[in-house]
Each structure stands twice: as structure tokens, then as C-alpha cells.
Design a protein around this ligand. Structure first.
Ligand code: OTU
Length: 680
């Protein structure tokens, strides 16, 4: 592919300045007088990055100035048609940019059909979400999708229409309005790396339209694809081997990173950027408040690389963010990049805090937490946390236990290698454990992998992976519940926006029905995509049922989290030495926006208002020395006594932490001088 930096020098500063002026003028031309000042302010704030990234990406194109003018027209049109109520939202969020980082923020993720049949059905389920304390709802793809196989909607056939079985654009607007009134932000996937082979652009390309063909990466023969294949990864090596698909109508090879019917878009073509940002803005104007940018790592192709995390992919995201900040500053971008820990921070702007995505899935934290259960050792978790830089500003992590995809193990290679075994051996052990090997409590399935040493990803619902499916005994079931809560507790305490995956709140197990459907049976990710279990849901308040017990325990965690500003994503995190390999310990807080004191240290007692998290990732009771653990953090060393927020009990040292359990410890205050009881 072309490398635009080679051509970048051709544009001199004068032409950049005049294009910048023209862009702003075009943008403003369409706006009402009352909005102009605000828009100029937003534009001035974002223009340096926007212009720089667009020039780097596309400045070498002959008609760059004309293209920029068309882009500014499109952006201006979206701005002019932004509905009033969304402009109000934009204004309130601009004055509170860390709104999504509060300790009350909690996400829920579901397939529309499996949760509530249709978009209107989702509206009916708002009380369900409110009861769970949800402030953010991610609905998996609901735009018009390819008929037949469509990767759960990740093969989009139109960005302008809703999948007919799920509703209409009108229904979407009705839903976003109702959710907004309920204090819930709707998150939608924006599948920007590829489109379905039935999308009009692909159909036009097949029909011989050269402009449409240039939307994709196509090749006359295998020569170039073969060179790329030497270094590219394969995502679905068994169900969809290779990264290129021969298309008969085109009589060419098409770049298809995922399934053969998902055609990768060619972002070296500026037209692709233009139509895609226009599509995103149009959806934002329907009231979608968060975009989950799918497969962001793959947006730019470069020979000799694995095809992921290229600088240009980040420039594309930064340019999109700048445009979103101009048109819809209340809207969030969330990166889905399943990549090693070292690559993750750049999706939220890296150490310099360039505006890119507001959120990114912390997928290595998620995988490492599962690995810790298998290894009964929090080593991988500690390594991931060490490799996760502290970030300031309005950006954060999406923390989660499960999602609709597999749990990937390969992303942990860097963290997995230092223990003497090779990373492959070690991670293959974890993978085998979750596939049920030996004495494992887990009942998952290994997912296809291209790794030569066969480090498969793992599929399965949380409940099946933590042991609910593999035991009947009361003790076994209780251990499964503890493991489940341990994982949720980590997602709640780590610092980020936690996301619950539909069915987990009711401990729903693997759904085997995909095996009967030819369109789904080769993709075991469908194990973790069940329909909501209405019977379990109806029993959610009955703690004698498994679903009710898990549901209520989870709600308790949620309530506790909401009450602790130290757990807000804005509060700092300090990894501590737990003194035992099975223990993960870290401190959170004091909260940065603590109004009572700038350092969060209580001047009267010298105690910090921090929260100390300790998790036991093993099947044994482990002796803990809280004073010792706290002593490695300067703010905590003076604390004289701790209370566990979850049980309300005073910690009497020395104490034991029971298998798979966790403590959320808060410094004892004056009112809590007397121990209230011993530890559970
Ligand atoms: C994403 O996933 C989606 O979450 C998947 O459901 C889609 O199948 C895929 O994109 C194509 O749209 O590469 O960077 O290993 O983790 O496919 C993220 C499986 C991705 C997923 C992977 C993924």
C-alpha cells in the first residue's frame, strides 16, 4: 500500500492554512448564527489534529483540496441537522467530560433479538436495565445485515437502515429517546473495517463500477496477497482460512480479514473515510451516544506486518474523533482492539493523551483474570496491571468478564513468557483448562486459532466457565458463584467502565442450539449468545434459585460500587504486593475530584480514604496481612484498621481470605472503633 508520509512534504504550509480556512468557512456556512461561536470554538480546538491527520493520510492525493471541501460539507450538514435535544446533551457533557467515568457508570451488552426480540422490545425492558443499575446499553449489530450468514450482524449491508426483523429508524429514535430519559446511553457497533459482500458498494464493484471497486483492496492474482499472507494473522483459520477471497463476479481477489463475505474497506481511499464518517454522524444524530468501533486494529494494511495497529489506523481514529468532537461532543468512541497490552493505550490516546477513543476494551485484563482462575495464581494479572499505564483525562478502559466473542489467550504472550515455560506452553495450559481438561471446573470449548502451538481462544458463558455446569454439589456451586463474583469484583474495582454481558446476571450456561443451525455451527462463539432465559429472569428475586442468588449478589456489588467514589475511573490505582501468588492487591483512590481534600488523606487521623482491593484467585484459604500489604503504599501505611465494605465487617488480623473471595477494604473511621465481628 502507499505510504502517505512520502508524499506529505508536497503540501506546503500556505496551502494547509488556506484549506483549514476553507474547511471552517464551509462548516460555518450551513449553521445558524446563534451556534456559530460555539462551533468556531470546537473547530479551533480540534483543527490542528484534524488537518494534520487528514494531510498525512490523504494530502498526497491530487484532488485533496476538493475532497476536503466535500468532507467539510458533509460534516457541516450533520452539524446543521443535529437535533436540539442532542445539542443539549452535547453541552452538558462538554462541561462534564468525565461523565462516563463515574463509579455509578455501568454497562450492559446484548443482542437485540436475544434480549428483547426488537428495538421496541428493548424499550420495554428499560426497567430490567434500571433495576440492574445500568447507565449504558451496548446493543450488538442491528443495522441491516447480510442475509444468511452474517457473523451476528458484523456483515453490514446498509449503514442507513435497521435490520427489518429488528425494527426501523423510527424505532431506533424512539429507543434512544426513551433510554436517554432513563439515564441510559445507547452504544451501537460501528463496523468500520469491512462491509458485507451484499452492501451496495460491493454489489456495484461486482457490477464493474471502478469507483466502487476502489473502496476495497482487490488484486488481479495471488501475487500481492501471497506476499501479505507471509506476515498476516488469521482470525478464523478454520472457518475462514486466509485473508483474501476470490470473487467470481469481480474476477479478482478481495481482502477479507474475517469471513469471506466481509470485505475490508480501503482507507487509503479518501472516499471511504468520507462516506464512513458521514454514516457515523448520521447515526449519532439518531441519538446513539457511544460507538463501539469494531476491529479498529485492522484499518490500515502494510506489507511485512501482521496488518494490525499501524500508525495510519490511529490517524484515522484521531481524525474521526476530531470530527465527532465538532459535531457531537456528547458522543463517545470506544475502540475494540483485541491486541497485546502494550498496544492498548494508544487507542485511548497514549501517554501524551492525543484525542483518539474515549474508551478501549481492556481485553488483556479480562483474559488474565480468567487465566488467574486456571493457574490459581494472579501473576498474569499483576503483569498486565504493571503494563497498563496510569492515564489522566477523559478516557478510560472498558472492563468486562465476558462478551460475545472468544476469550483470546495470544494477547497475553508478553505477560506469559517470564515464568520459565514458553508463553505458548503456558497459555495452551490455560486454554486446555477452560476446555475442561483434567480436574477443571470449566466447561468451555477451544476456539479456532492460527497459532502454530495451538493456543486456542476459549468460548463459553461465564457460568459454564466458572464451574456452574460441571458440578451438582452445594460446595461446588458455591465455589462457582465465588469465582464469578471475583471476576465481576475485579471489573468493578479496577478503574474503568464495567460491562455486563446479557445472561451472566442470571448465571445462564452455554447455549448448544447453534450446533443445529448450518449457518452458525462452525462458529462456537454462538455458545455464549443465548436467548435471555425468561424463567430465570422471573425468578431473579428468589435467592433460593441459582439465577436469583447470582442476580442479587451482583446487585449488591453494584450498589457497593456506586457508593464508593474511590472506584470511579478517574481515581488512581496502585498495584500492591499481596504476599502470596494467589492474591491480587491494589489500592484505588483517593478520588481525584475529592472535594474534601486534595490528597484524600484525612488530616485528623492521617488515614487515606483509599479503597484496598484484595482478591484470592485460588481454591485455598490464604492468610493475609493487611497492614503489610498496605505498607507498600505511602498513603495507606498509617491506616489503623480496616473494614470490608462487602461484608461490613472489621478486619481482625491475622485473618484468612477464603477460596475465590475478595475484600474491598476501607480505612476504619472514628465511629468504627469496635470490631464488628470476625471475617467470614
Ligand atoms: C470483532 O472481533 C467482533 O467483535 C466479532 O464479533 C466479529 O466477528 C469481528 O470483529 C468481525 O467484525 O478481531 O479486533 O477472535 O475477537 O474477530 C477485534 C474473535 C476482532 C474476535 C475478533 C474481533
Amino acid at each position: 500500500m502507499t505510504n502517505p508520509t512520502h508524499f506529505h512534504k508536497r503540501l506546503n504550509m500556505t496551502s494547509i492554512t488556506s484549506m483549514n480556512d476553507e474547511f471552517r468557512a464551509n462548516l460555518l456556512a450551513q449553521q445558524s448564527t446563534s451556534r456559530k461561536n460555539e462551533i468556531v470554538r470546537r473547530y479551533e480546538e480540534t483543527a490542528p489534529i484534524l488537518m494534520d491527520r487528514l494531510h498525512k493520510l490523504y494530502g498526497h492525493q491530487n484532488d485533496h483540496a476538493a475532497w476536503l471541501a466535500r468532507l467539510s460539507d458533509a460534516v457541516g450538514a450533520a452539524l446543521a441537522s443535529r437535533p436540539d435535544e442532542l445539542q443539549i446533551l452535547d453541552a452538558s457533557r462538554s462541561s462534564d467530560p468525565t461523565w462516563f467515568m463515574r463509579q455509578e457508570a455501568l454497562g450492559y451488552c446484548a443482542y437485540v433479538d436475544r434480549f428483547a426480540k426488537t428495538l421496541s422490545g428493548v424499550k420495554e425492558r428499560i426497567p430490567h436495565l434500571q433495576e440492574l443499575g445500568i447507565t449504558y446499553l451496548h446493543l450488538l449489530p442491528f443495522l441491516q445485515m447480510r442475509q444468511g450468514e452474517n457473523d451476528g450482524g458484523f456483515a453490514v449491508a446498509s449503514f442507513d437502515a435497521i435490520e427489518p426483523a429488528l425494527g426501523t429508524m423510527e424505532d431506533l429514535r424512539g429507543l434512544t429517546t426513551a433510554l436517554r430519559q432513563a439515564g441510559i446511553s445507547l452504544c451501537s457497533d460501528f463496523v468500520l473495517n469491512h462491509v458485507a459482500d451484499t452492501h451496495p458498494w460491493a454489489l456495484a464493484a461486482k457490477g464493474g463500477n471502478a469507483e466502487a471497486c476502489a473502496f476495497f483492496h482487490t488484486f488481479a492474482d495471488r501475487k500481492v496477497p501471497d506476499v501479505f499472507e507471509k506476515t498476516l494473522v488469521q482470525i478464523f483459520p478454520q472457518a475462514a482460512p486466509g485473508n483474501f477471497t476470490y470473487d467470481e463476479a469481480l474476477n479478482r481477489w478481495v481482502w477479507t480479514t474475517f469471513y469471506p463475505y466481509q470485505w475490508d474497506l480501503n482507507y487509503s481511499n479518501p472516499e471511504v473515510f468520507l462516506v464512513m464518517i458521514a454514516a457515523l454522524l448520521h447515526l449519532a444524530n439518531q441519538g446513539i451516544e457511544v460507538f463501539r468501533l469494531d476491529s479498529t486494529a485492522f484499518l490500515w494494511k502494510r506489507e511485512g506486518t501482521n496488518g494490525m495497529n499501524q500508525p495510519e489506523a490511529h490517524w484515522i481514529l484521531q481524525a474521526m474523533r476530531a470530527i465527532v468532537d465538532i459535531v457531537a461532543p456528547g458522543v463517545l468512541l470506544k475502540a475494540e482492539a483485541i491486541v497485546p497490552t502494550s498496544e492498548l493505550p494508544s487507542y485511548v490516546g497514549g501517554e501524551h493523551g492525543v484525542r483518539e477513543c474515549h474508551l478501549a476494551y481492556h481485553s488483556t485484563l479480562m483474559s488474565a483474570a480468567w487465566a488467574a482462575l486456571a493457574e490459581q495464581d494472579a501473576d498474569l494479572l499483576r503483569n498486565v496491571i504493571r503494563n497498563t499505564p496510569e492515564m489522566t483525562g477523559a478516557r478510560s478502559w472498558l472492563t468486562y468478564v465476558r462478551c460475545h466473542d472468544d476469550i483470546g489467550w495470544n494477547v497475553l504472550r508478553a505477560e506469559a513468557s517470564p515464568d520459565g515455560r514458553t508463553a505458548s506452553e503456558r497459555l495452551a495450559g490455560v486454554s486446555a483448562f477452560f476446555a475442561g481438561a483434567g480436574e477443571s471446573f470449566a466447561r468451555g470449548v477451544a476456539f479456532q486459532s492460527s497459532d502454530p502451538a495451538s493456543v486456542h481462544g476459549t468460548n463459553g458463558m461465564t457460568a459454564s466457565l466458572v464451574g456452574f455446569s460441571g458440578t451438582q454439589s452445594a460446595i461446588g456451586l458455591n465455589m462457582a458463584k465465588q469465582r464469578m463474583l471475583l471476576l465481576f469484583g475485579l471489573a468493578y474495582c479496577f478503574g474503568g467502565l464495567p460491562l455486563l454481558y446479557m445472561g451472566d446476571e442470571l448465571a445462564q450456561e452455554n447455549d448448544m442450539s447453534f450446533l443445529d443451525d448450518p449457518a452458525r455451527q462452525t462458529d462456537s462463539r454462538w455458545l455464549q449468545r443465548p436467548f435471555l432465559d425468561e424463567t430465570a429472569y422471573a425468578a431473579r428475586h428468589d435467592a433460593r434459585t441459582r439465577a436469583g442468588d447470582v442476580y442479587q449478589s451482583l446487585c449488591v456489588l453494584t450498589q457497593k460500587r456506586r457508593s464508593l467514589p474511590q472506584l470511579a475511573a478517574t481515581a488512581p490505582r496502585t498495584l500492591l504486593d499481596g504476599g502470596n501468588k494467589a492474591l491480587l492487591a491494589f489500592a484505588r483512590g483517593p478520588s481525584r475530584d475529592d472535594k474534601n481534600g486534595n490528597d484524600g488523606i484525612d488530616t485528623g487521623t492521617g488515614a487515606s480514604n483509599a479503597i484496598l482491593y484484595i482478591g484470592n484467585f485460588s481454591a485455598q484459604s490464604v492468610a493475609i496481612d493487611v497492614a503489610q500489604i498496605a505498607s507498600s503504599s505511602p498513603g495507606l501505611s498509617l491506616v489503623d484498621g480496616w473494614v470490608d465494605v462487602l461484608s461490613g465487617q472489621f478486619v481482625q488480623e491475622p485473618t484468612f481470605l477464603s477460596p475465590w473471595s475478595q475484600l474491598w477494604l476501607q480505612p476504619r473511621t472514628g465511629a468504627q472503633q469496635q470490631p464488628q465481628g470476625s471475617m467470614p
